[in-house]
Structures are given as structure tokens and as C-alpha cells.
Write a protein that binds this ligand. Structure first.
Ligand code: WT7
Length: 645
């Protein structure tokens, strides 16, 4: 499969597309480039509901702290729910839910309005008001979206913590945010087992004095202990509560949510997104990239705990009045055709998933998708990591029957919305490339001095202009915000990704250039895993690197030195340490491999040479078997001669 294969959109797709042909794309891109404030200002006026119009589109005078749509008042929840009620969408399905055990619910926009308003009143009843913080730690059920929207309705800043995170990870996020309330469930269903969320909350909040209320949705019905002073059942608080709860007019820059993501230190970064700019760009990219139409049935398989779930399950699709599928469980339960079954059953037309999931399903064989009618599909999407051409081809032919364009979407928790992706009725596809930037996005590939590298060469990807859905800061840490994103090259947004641009201007993302791994499309910092490992009583030092993995893209590989006198079988201890990391961070962070060593290769100044370790796990050729003392120390000596920085 040559990288130069090109797929043109079919004439039928183009004729119905929201953006038609390269001329259509180029015109939009040029308008945004020529006058970004006019471009975004016009869209904000036509696409969003305003309680009070803004008087300035962008204030970049305190860069890199942007303010968009200054002086305006709006409400994200109003835009996602209320404004559809005076239209034909009133009784349209907003969310079609399928639980892992097979239970189903259809929630119309009108019903969503009722449920969200009631829960917003529940939150008010607990004393919460605009500016307060909530943690949402939920399974993939409609109440997760309802809780987010209810917070947005009254200006409570939410932070969703992925249900796969451990109690320990949950605790540090609650503490960093000083959250007043935790919204959770007894548990959720995954692989026919209960994920006991409330147990993790109980463990986490022991050390979180800020949490006055824990609200528990009953999903599984299993027994959970309830603290009579702190814990409340959702259904108890909901009883008799008023359905009337007007959306609060909020400043354009009112914080909407904080989402924690891994940085290059052990401490996760609280990415802050605000109101109007975030919603506008999430909504516009749904129209441009997913080509969303009134009659589409759209399914994004991400979990609501990641940014993809925020922008492309909840806020973007609901803002444009789309119908969303939401599925609670695992793709292999009860069998490997669960996803294809869902697509067939609900006649999904747009499906958005990750390369990891695609590769895992390829492995199970084509007979699973082939047993189902996938003819309703018209567009496919990919996100989270580069998609390898072989996986792309399979997705295109076996799932899309060579009929559906694939939109490979590059973006980050920080960018809030899709930055590089094809408009499917306009831009010819090249498997493995995110193709061209969205309107208002100005990427460039540069060297470490900030000089553009020639097309075809690898370099660091940067973004030149502020954009409406950009992160505004890191929660409680503006200095780290400046340092992490705006100081590698003074005043320019540093993505942390390596990429190249080809002769047609297409972008090819190569992966992270910092100490961040990408495991199953989830960002994980090497330092976070290292800090978890050294908290174990037997571990003296640890160095962690990502190792190429056929399914998950990268897998976690740990080099560990033990404390003096620790005398334990390596097999057993290895197992214990893998479990330890899963307990400290979450099951998705469980290392694939633990290698014990007596020394770690370091520079003379004591920095662990991860580059060398990466080479070892990638090629396994550096010095042959490098797991022994001699090999390591030789490596250290050799490498420290030319790796000092
Ligand atoms: C990092 C961001 C954006 C939602 C999911 C991940 C990598 C993401 C792609 C893609 C190549 C991609 C990048 C990026 N990435 N999408 N289509 N092609 N790489 O969000 O956890 O914030 O991670 O994921 O390395 O920097 P995230």
C-alpha cells in the first residue's frame, strides 16, 4: 500500500455534502485566514444563541491567555438543548442509549430538557452555584451527559474523570480542583462485570475535605455503603424537584470544564475550556468534518471521560441537534460483533472510533462485521493516534464497503476541537494522513529554532493563530500553561507532535516528541507511571518508555531497580508491580512489561536516558540482551559520552 494512494469523494457524496469540492474548502479556509475575527464573529452570531451579544471577537492582548467573544452572554446547555425545543427537533432523539446488558432508552430533546433541568435543580438544592466545581465519575450512561449539561446550565465547572481511573487518580483530581460535589453511580457494566465506581469514590473522598456531597445514580443496583451525611441517591434528590430551571446567562469566557490529561511530569494538567468559543468550534467541526445532517444517526464510540466524548458526544453534536448513539460497554461483549450489531440495529450513518479499536477488531476476523448489514453507514472517522494504512484499508473496505470517506481527525485535549481533518465532500483522502487544516487553523512544521522545514521533512508541529476552542490555561497553574505550550518557541503554540507536510500540503502526524506515551489513543506520561512505581516499597528507581505495540499503538514498558536487600522472585514481583500501577493510575495504564535491572542508563548530570531505553525496547539490538548489569553499565558508559545535554 503506497502512501500516495488517493481516494476522491464520490459525486453522490459531494452533491449532498455541507462543504462541496476543494473550491468550497479553499474558500472557507481563505476567509478564515484573511480575516479570522470576521470569520468567527459571523459564525458565532449565526450559529449560537446569545442572551447578550458580544462586542469584541478576540482579545489576544494578554497572550497566551485568550478571550473570545468578549462581553457576550450565552449558555452552553441552552444551546445544546433549549433552543431545539421551538423547532422540529423537539421530539427528535437526542440520545439513543444501549446498555451493555442490552437495555435501551431513547431520550428526545424535550425529555433531555426535562431531565437536565431537574438535575440542575438538584445541584442547586445542594447549594451549588456558578463557579463551583463538580467531579463526574460515571459509566457511559445518559446520566453522565445529563450531569455535564446540568452543570453547564447553572455555571458549575465540571471535570469528568474516566471511569477506568483508579481511586488514587480520582483523589488527586478532586483535590486539585477542590471540588464540592462528586456525581457518580453505584457502578457500570463492562465485559459483563460490574465496575464499582462508588467504592472508588469512597476511597478517594476520605482525603478530600472539600467534598460535601456525593450524588449516586443507581445503575447496577448492587449494594453500596451510603454515608448519611454526605451521600445521596440521585433518585431521592430528584423526587418532586421542579422541572423549571432557566439556563443562567454566562459570560463567554465562563469556565465550562476542566479535563485532566497527562503532561511530562508526574502531575496531570487540568486543561481549562470555557463557554462560547469552545462550543462554536466544536459545533462547526461537527458540520464540516462529520458532514452532519438532520437525518443522520451518529455514533462516537469514545468514553465521555476523554475529550472526544466531551466535544463529539455531548457538546458538538447536541449543539447542532444531532441524534447520538451512546453505548455503555465493551466491543467484545457478548461477542466481537457488538459494535456492528449496534450499527445495523440503529442504522448508524456516521461512525467515529479509534485506530486501536479498529486493529483489535481486525484481529477477530471479517466474519463478525460481515454477518451484519452496514449499509446505513455513509461516513467513518478515526481519532487518537495515527492510523496505519493497513487498518485504514480494512476500515474503508470491510466496514465502509469502499463507499464511505474516512475522516482522520487530528486534535488534542488542549485544542478542544478537530484541527486537522478532511472535509469529506471536499478533500481527497490519503490513508494515514489527517490531510488539511480546518478553517482558522494555521499549522507549520519547524525545527527547534522555529524555522520552517522543507515540505517532506520531519519536524515539530506548531499552530500559529489563537482559535476559539483553545484551552485558556491550566487550572491553578498559569505558569505551567505558558511553559508547557508557549515557551519552546516564544509565543507560538507547541503541539508536542512530530509531523511532516507533503508536497500537496497534507499533514502526516508521526507521534509525540515529549515523554508522553499514546496507549490505545490515551495519553499517558512516562513520569506518571514512574512516580507510581517508586511509591512501591520495593522499588528504588524506575524509567518508563513506550514500546511499539501491534494493537494499542504503544505499550508501557518499565525498567526498574530494586531497593537493597529486596529478595523476591522477579516473576512474582513483576506481576505485583503491574497490578500496583493499575491500582495507582487505572487498568489502562497497566504495564505490558517490567524489566529488572541493577542500574539505569543516565547522563552524568543524572538524567535517565529514555531515548536509549526507547531504542532498546523498540529494536532490542542495542547491546543485545540488555537486561543484565554488565550490559546496562556498558550502555551507560557508552551513551553518556554523547548524550549529555
Ligand atoms: C494526541 C492528543 C484528540 C482526542 C483524542 C486524544 C495524538 C490524536 C490523532 C490523529 C495522529 C493523533 C497526537 C495528539 N493524536 N489524534 N488523528 N493522528 N495522532 O486526545 O489525549 O489529548 O492526545 O493524540 O499525538 O497530540 P489527547
Amino acid at each position: 500500500m503506497s502512501q500516495e494512494a488517493i481516494y476522491l469523494p464520490s459525486p453522490e457524496f459531494v452533491s449532498q455534502a455541507n462543504v462541496k469540492g476543494m473550491e468550497g474548502y479553499r474558500a472557507l479556509y481563505q476567509q478564515a485566514l484573511d480575516d479570522p475575527e470576521k470569520f468567527w464573529g459571523n459564525l458565532a452570531e449565526t450559529e449560537l444563541h446569545w442572551f447578550q451579544k458580544f462586542d469584541k471577537v478576540l482579545d489576544w492582548s494578554e497572550a497566551p491567555f485568550a478571550k473570545w467573544f468578549v462581553g457576550g452572554k450565552t449558555n452552553v446547555c441552552y444551546n445544546c438543548v433549549d433552543r431545539h425545543l421551538n423547532t422540529d427537533r423537539k421530539n427528535k432523539a437526542a440520545i439513543i442509549f444501549e446498555g451493555e446488558p442490552g437495555d435501551q432508552r431513547v431520550i428526545t430533546y424535550q425529555e433531555l430538557h426535562r431531565l437536565v433541568s431537574r438535575f440542575a435543580n438538584v445541584l442547586k438544592g445542594r447549594g451549588l452555584q456558578a463557579g463551583d466545581r463538580s467531579i463526574i465519575y460515571m459509566p457511559m450512561i445518559p446520566e453522565a451527559a445529563i450531569a455535564m449539561l446540568a452543570c453547564a446550565r447553572i455555571g458549575v465547572i465540571h471535570s469528568v474523570v474516566f471511569g477506568g481511573f483508579s481511586a488514587e487518580a480520582l483523589k488527586t483530581r478532586i483535590q486539585d480542583l477542590n471540588a464540592q460535589v462528586v456525581i457518580t453511580a453505584d457502578g457500570g457494566w463492562r465485559r459483563a462485570k460490574e465496575v464499582r465506581l462508588k467504592d472508588a469514590v469512597d476511597e478517594a473522598v476520605k482525603d478530600c475535605p472539600s467534598v460535601a456531597n456525593v450524588i449516586v445514580y443507581k445503575r447496577t443496583g448492587s449494594a453500596v455503603p451510603m454515608d448519611p451525611h454526605r451521600d445521596h441517591w440521585w433518585h431521592d434528590l430528584d423526587e418532586g424537584v421542579s422541572e423549571d430551571c432557566p439556563a443562567v446567562p454566562l459570560d463567554s469566557e465562563h469556565p465550562l470544564y476542566v479535563l485532566y490529561t497527562s503532561g511530562t511530569t508526574g502531575k496531570p494538567k487540568g486543561i481549562l475550556h470555557t463557554t462560547a468559543g469552545y462550543l462554536l468550534q466544536a459545533a462547526m467541526t461537527v458540520k464540516w468534518v462529520f458532514d452532519m445532517k438532520e437525518q443522520d444517526t451518529y455514533w462516537c464510540s469514545a468514553d465521555i471521560g476523554w475529550v472526544t466524548g466531551h466535544s463529539y458526544i455531548v457538546y458538538g453534536p447536541l449543539a447542532v441537534g444531532a441524534t447520538n448513539i451512546m453505548y455503555e460497554g465493551a466491543p467484545d461483549t457478548p461477542a466481537f460483533d457488538r459494535w456492528w450489531r449496534i450499527i445495523d440495529k440503529y442504522k448508524v450513518s456516521i461512525f467515529y472510533t479509534s485506530p486501536t479499536a479498529i486493529r483489535a477488531l481486525i484481529r477477530q476476523g471479517d466474519h463478525w462485521p460481515k454477518a451484519h448489514n452496514l449499509a446505513s453507514l455513509r461516513l467513518l472517522g478515526s481519532v487518537g493516534e495515527p492510523i496505519n494504512p493497513a487498518a485504514w484499508e480494512w476500515y474503508h473496505s470491510v466496514i465502509g464497503k469502499n463507499r464511505c470517506p474516512i475522516v482522520d481527525t487530528w486534535w488534542q485535549t488542549e485544542t478542544g476541537a478537530i484541527m486537522i481533518a478532511p472535509m469529506p465532500g471536499a478533500v481527497p483522502l490519503k490513508p494515514g494522513s489527517g490531510t488539511l487544516p480546518m478553517p482558522g487553523v494555521v499549522p507549520e512544521i519547524v525545527d527547534l529554532k522555529g524555522n520552517p522545514v522543507p515540505d517532506g521533512n520531519e519536524g515539530y508541529m506548531i499552530l500559529h493563530k489563537p482559535w476559539p476552542s483553545m484551552l485558556r490555561t491550566l487550572w491553578g497553574d498559569p505558569d505551567r500553561y505558558k511553559e508547557a505550550y508557549w515557551s519552546k518557541l516564544e509565543g507560538i503554540y507547541f503541539t508536542g507532535d512530530a509531523a511532516r507536510r507533503d508536497k500537496d500540503g497534507y499533514y502526516w502526524i508521526l507521534g509525540r516528541v515529549d515523554d508522553v506515551m499514546n496507549v490505545s489513543g490515551h495519553r499517558l506520561s512516562t513520569m506518571e507511571v514512574e512516580s507510581a512505581l517508586v511509591r512501591h516499597p520495593h522499588v528504588a528507581e524506575a524509567a518508563v518508555v513506550g514500546k511499539p505495540h501491534e494493537i494499542t499503538g504503544q505499550a508501557v514498558c518499565c525498567f526498574v531497580t530494586l531497593k537493597k536487600g529486596v529478595d523476591q522472585k522477579h516473576d512474582e514481583l513483576g506481576k505485583e508491580l503491574r497490578q500496583w500501577v493499575a491500582h495507582e493510575i487505572g487498568a489502562f495504564a497497566r504495564p505490558e512489561e517490567i524489566r529488572f535491572t541493577d542500574v539505569l542508563p543516565k547522563t552524568r548530570s543524572g538524567k535517565i536516558m529514555r531515548r536509549l531505553l526507547r531504542e532498546i525496547v523498540t529494536s532490542n539490538t542495542v547491546g543485545g540482551d540488555v537486561t543484565t548489569l554488565e550490559d546496562m553499565s556498558v550502555l551507560t558508559r557508552l551513551a553518556s559520552q554523547n548524550d549529555e545535554d
